[in-house]
Design a protein around this ligand. Sequence first.
Ligand SMILES: [Zn+2]
Length: 283
Amino acid sequence: MPELPDLLHVRDRLRERLVGRTVTAERVRQPVVLRFAVRGNLSLLQGRPLTEVFRKAHFLAFRFDGFDLAVNPMLAGRFRFATPGERDERSLCFALAFGAAAELDAVELRYLDDKAMGKAYLIASDDWKAIPGLQSGGLDLLSPEFTRERFVSLLRRRRDQVRVLLLDKKALDSIGNAYADEILFEARIHPKTWCRALSHDDAVRLHDAVVSVMSAAVAEVAGRDAPIEVKVRDFLKVRLKEVCPNCGAKLRTAGVRGMDAYFCPHCQPETRTGFVDWRKTGK
Ligand SMILES: [Zn+2]
């Protein structure tokens, strides 16, 4: 999935290139990704100028007069700027053209998704309740509300493993697999540690790691300015890597709820108490 830093970069490029321009055509190749909470279909957008592009939790939203188009790219979805008439990608789901093909600055915004798992909702302006799960979004990691105190109290209410909390979009908005590994590495916490096994110092260190890893990644991805369909990940320290950049130990993977977590066994040692499963002790 696009992680927060990717989403912000894509939002900025879409704004720069498309805001103020009018939809001149639309095409649909994979109707399965589209959901309509209004009467009609994507052709409702024809002739309407795009007035804003913004992030709404893990969605990217396109604002038109009377309508919002909100896209959750899920695992494999991505946007791409194409020149009108360019050959279709196999993963093309739908496209919006801005400008007639003969115009010099005509561009087609394509939504590609190999798995067709993403969803694009066309709703009446601000009718967010029409989108399942969007209202229950978690704490915005990049907002001033994401304080040490709020994070520690959130952590105290959890009975699961710390990596599961980091990935829970109802609690935190939002962290994916790649940055969960980076954050735990930065905080020197083993991915299978139970939330309740973390000391106050661990919790504070973890909060600070969320802030520092995510802000650095936002700056890095923005600075690279890669094409919007590319996820920049090569600066990550442990995700999909072999060797720990701190100590040189061979990195390992551990399964946490069916997801592979990358970690350094030396820098992120298991805390034995963290592995006690009280449900099984009978106490
Ligand atoms: Zn290490």
